[in-house]
Design a protein around this ligand. Structure first.
Ligand SMILES: [Zn+2]
Length: 305
């Protein structure tokens, strides 16, 4: 019993107690058997990589956030609201607060640390995609039966990662995730500034509130974004690998770690899918479901020990 299996067992028993009347509950529990062997390695590796990449991206984000730049944006909101001298309420100034927040967030892209953040996120997405390719081959090997040769996960990952070096599409994906992150940040920041102004907060209090958001709550949302972006990249990597190997039919499997993934159960029971119209995973944030297909391992001999 690894620590991971113990945690999953506890979660499964809780789920079983809560849904004792659900006839499907036994199937969920059966899933736990998969947590040993290949599946345990697969999910543990993903988790480790996501944790490590989140740390790097969060550090790059922290570097961007500068108290002076935040102060400039706050002064702009206060000046427009006529708060420079008097403590007046900011009725109906939500739009101005949002505009200032947008200006602040846009200014982040001109800061010297921006390239570092963009590169860290690109590398995280590349790692997710490479791991997804490795996962696809690991799952295919597992389907060949218990006598399959052992996958050299690290060697396989290195090969897969290197093969992505010139994939421009990774930068496009990176910019999409960054834009999403910045939009969310601007919304949250705008709301906080508007509220602070309405409550008659002082200049320092407003700066503190903005800094708290940008260096606190936003760090949590970086972790959420990395999880989602890397999982998306992993699923794309797996599907692309299956497609490039000429696979016609692919299964969706809800190979969760004890969690039930409601949106994906339907996709699983609809399997196998044609590779052309298979539903795109992940179907929701924190989705751990995977594609699985039969593939000849002859192109991947170097990945096996
Ligand atoms: Zn799912």
């Amino acid at each position: 019993m690894t620590e991971r299996v113990q945690v999953a067992c506890t979660a499964a028993v809780q789920t079983a107690v809560e849904h004792a009347d659900d006839p499907r509950i036994l199937e969920v529990t059966v899933d736990l058997g998969r947590l040993e062997g290949m599946w345990a390695t697969l999910f543990a590796r993903r988790e480790q990589q996501q944790t490590a990449r989140t740390r790097v991206v969060a550090a790059a984000w922290q570097q961007l956030i500068d108290r002076d730049a935040v102060a400039v944006a706050i002064d702009a909101v206060r000046a427009r609201a006529g708060l420079a001298e008097a403590r007046r309420p900011l009725d109906g100034r939500g739009a101005e607060a949002l505009a200032a927040a947008l200006a602040l967030v846009r200014a982040l892209t001109d800061r010297p640390g921006w390239t570092g953040l963009r590169t860290a996120l690109r590398n995280a997405i590349a790692a997710g995609r490479a791991e997804g390719m490795v996962n696809a081959v690991a799952i295919a090997a597992e389907r060949l039966g218990p006598l399959h040769v052992r996958l050299g996960w690290d060697i396989a990952f290195k090969h897969a990662y290197q093969s992505l070096e010139r994939l421009d599409e990774l930068w496009a994906e990176t910019d999409t995730w960054l834009a999403r992150m910045l939009d969310g940040t601007a919304d949250d920041l705008g709301r906080i500034l508007a509220r602070a102004a309405e409550e008659g907060a002082s200049r320092e209090e407003m700066i503190d509130a903005a800094m708290d958001l940008l260096t606190g709550e936003k760090i949590d949302s970086v972790a959420f974004t990395i999880d989602w972006a890397m999982t998306t990249a992993a699923d794309e990597g797996a599907l692309a690998l299956y497609q490039s190997e000429g696979v016609q039919r692919v299964d969706v499997i809800t190979a969760g770690d004890g969690r039930v993934c409601e949106p994906c159960i339907g996709y699983e029971s609809g399997s196998p899918w044609s590779t052309l119209d298979v539903p795109r995973l992940p179907t929701h944030p924190l989705c751990r479901c995977c594609y699985a297909a039969d593939v000849s391992l002859s192109h991947f001999e170097a990945w096996f020990a």
